[in-house]
Design a protein around this ligand. Structure first.
Ligand code: TEU
Length: 581
């Protein structure tokens, strides 16, 4: 790294720093500071060699996660499903899909995780079922107005012959959000709502029977021993009465919520009625209370794309979710001032309701941060990248991704890691279109590549077929050649590797109690984020240099963690450091 002649003069971190989060106010419940690792079952580890990950494969790799130093795993859906949306289309909520194994394998996986000291969170998909769910099949076989149809959002079409959809809503994956059915007698019939794929009909959450069924599903998995739920599309269950048209674009974050635009909420997202559902679920979770902690130890995390943060905070009131994903942080561009702002606002909102703030940079729905941060700053982020699209700067992306994670894991609260980010994996950005499986690709009329690029099977062993994903060379999506050098076995024990950086950070974070710390943030420090995690065991200072010039560490700084090579006591561009002084 070249050294410029005029490094930014260091300022002492303490004096101008403001307390933005007081970590001493809360009891030590595990989920307030947990680092949770997202397993994408299709792509984590394949045991039977069919090219698709499975539960036995996951169980076999759990020691790796214990050694990585995470507290818990969250598994994306592995339930019975036609896989129209990679398992987020569930046909039986109490069964394991044969692709992934049997219920016995799920029990063995939970038992093994617990033996290793890892908790297990499973995914719950309540907004919609699969169209192959027995309820939907029954609804299609029954008449309009029947109790079977009442479980879903069936409506008559508009126009003289009902051939127009009931309203103008669009599906998140592209195209209209309504599909017309053929009635059992062969005549063109009613329409049903699907905010996602046509194979994902939305349930009618006004119906007590739907609520009872999901309470029973919760108990089923709690009885099986899981430690909690990640709740899919938690902001979508209730729709505004009358299903009014919505003309703004259907953004998940809720068009009309940002800036000067209207303060009317989209009729399909973040309706006040959803909270009642979560209050009842929280009561169930609390009743499974083995530790005596009044907040319980089984948790729910909301996937709720809701803005502004004040609205999002309503999901984590103490009678509802324990946590929610912080998508504002994930969406923040690589600017020090914007990061400072989102950090401050996130703590303010969550602390106001006594909830832990969580942090996340990648998941199975977004371009991985090693690729995302290699794209030009301030441009809209693409939904997937294809071979003919502008390619991310791989080296810069990885460098910034490591710095971003180093910043993230210094923050008190909970954090989510998406499988493979600990290896610095980029997206597969040159995947042939023919192999794409995300319904987004077809439904958007080939205008959005979709999410396959971040869902590629894990590289475990560089010299094995399929990079050690399983015993055969099959992988359900192709792995890019760049994954070979990033395979876990190429990084384990290698100083400076991304895997060792993650291990080190998780170890230091745990040993010093940084997840439970207080956060002091310095204002107005230009392109450098400076903060202090006042942790149980140490006062950890953090410098993240987003500028072009290197910055000096103060005299006597003891470096605990650095996202990249330092030049003596200088922190180069796009590098973050934890140190004590
Ligand atoms: O995602 C909610 C969601 O709508 C987005 O994440 C969206 O899929 C993404 O922005 C692509 O446009 C959840 C799941 O995480 C996702 O995998 C599912 O496809 C979706 O729900 C439907 O169940």
């Amino acid at each position: 790294m070249p050294v410029t002649q005029n490094p930014t003069t260091p300022t002492s971190t303490a004096p101008a720093a403001q307390l933005v989060h007081d970590g001493s106010r809360h009891a030590d419940a595990w989920w307030r500071s947990a680092v949770i690792y997202q397993i994408y079952p299709r792509s984590f580890a394949d045991h039977d060699g069919d090219g698709m990950g499975d539960l036995v494969g996951i169980t076999s790799r759990l020691p790796y996660l214990r050694d990585l130093g995470v507290d818990a795993v969250w598994l994306s859906p592995f339930y019975a499903s036609p896989q129209a949306d990679a398992g987020y289309d569930v046909s039986d909520y109490r069964a394991v899909d044969p692709l992934f194994g049997r219920l016995e394998d799920a029990k063995a996986m939970v038992a093994r995780a617990h033996e290793l000291g890892l908790r297990v969170i499973v995914d719950l998909v309540p907004n919609h079922t699969s169209d192959e769910h027995e309820w939907f099949r029954a609804a299609l076989a029954a008449a309009p107005g029947s109790p079977e149809r009442e479980r879903y959002m069936f409506r008559d079409g508009k126009g003289p012959d009902g051939s127009e959809p009931p309203n103008n809503w669009e599906s998140v994956f592209g195209g209209r959000a309504w599909t017309r059915v053929t009635e059992p007698d062969g005549s063109p019939g009613q329409w049903y709502l699907h905010l996602f794929d046509p194979k994902q009909p939305d349930l009618n959450w006004e119906l007590p029977e739907v609520r009872e069924e999901f309470e029973s599903i919760l108990r089923f998995w709690l009885d099986l021993g899981v430690d909690g739920f990640r709740v899919d599309v938690a902001h979508g269950l209730i729709k505004e009465a009358g299903l009014p048209d919505w003309d703004a674009e259907l953004h998940l974050l809720g068009a009309g919520l940002k800036g000067e635009s209207t303060d009317r909420r989209p009729p399909m997202w973040d309706q006040d009625g959803v909270h009642e559902v979560y209050e009842s679920w929280r009561r169930i979770l609390n009743s499974y209370n083995e530790t005596g902690d009044s907040a319980g130890d089984r948790i729910m995390c909301a996937e709720a794309w809701v803005t502004p943060v004040e609205r999002a905070a309503r999901y984590v009131r103490e009678t509802e979710f324990h946590q929610a994903f912080n998508f504002d942080f994930l969406e923040t561009h690589w600017h020090a001032d914007k990061l400072r702002e989102v950090i401050r606002a996130s703590y303010a909102a969550n602390d106001s309701v006594g909830a832990p703030t969580t942090w996340v940079l990648s998941n199975h729905d977004v371009v991985r941060h090693a690729s995302r941060l290699g794209l030009p700053i301030d441009q809209p982020r693409p939904n997937g990248i294809g071979a003919e699209d502008p390619q991310p700067d791989t080296e810069l992306g990885l460098r910034r991704a490591r710095a971003a994670t180093t910043l993230m894991l210094a923050l008190p609260g909970g954090a989510y890691i998406y499988q493979g980010e600990e290896l610095g994996l980029p997206d597969h950005t040159t995947m042939p279109d023919e192999v794409r499986q995300d319904p987004t690709w077809e439904r958007s009329g080939h205008t959005e590549k979709g999410r396959d690029g971040c869902r590629v099977p894990m590289p475990w062993e560089a010299d094995r077929p399929g990079l050690g994903f399983g015993p055969s060379e099959q992988t359900w999506l192709p792995q890019p050649e760049s994954y070979r050098a990033l395979a876990a076995d190429r990084q384990a024990g290698v100083p400076g590797s991304t895997l060792e950086l993650y291990r080190r950070m998780l170890q230091v974070r745990r040993e010093l109690g940084m997840g439970q710390g207080s956060l002091l943030l310095e204002e107005s420090t230009g392109d450098v984020v400076r903060m202090v995690n006042d942790a149980r065991e140490a006062r950890v200072q953090v410098v993240a240099n987003l500028g072009t010039d290197p910055v000096d560490l103060p005299d006597g700084a003891q470096v605990l963690v650095a996202s990249g090579d330092l030049d003596g006591t200088r922190v180069p561009s796009d590098t973050a450091v934890w140190f004590t002084a």
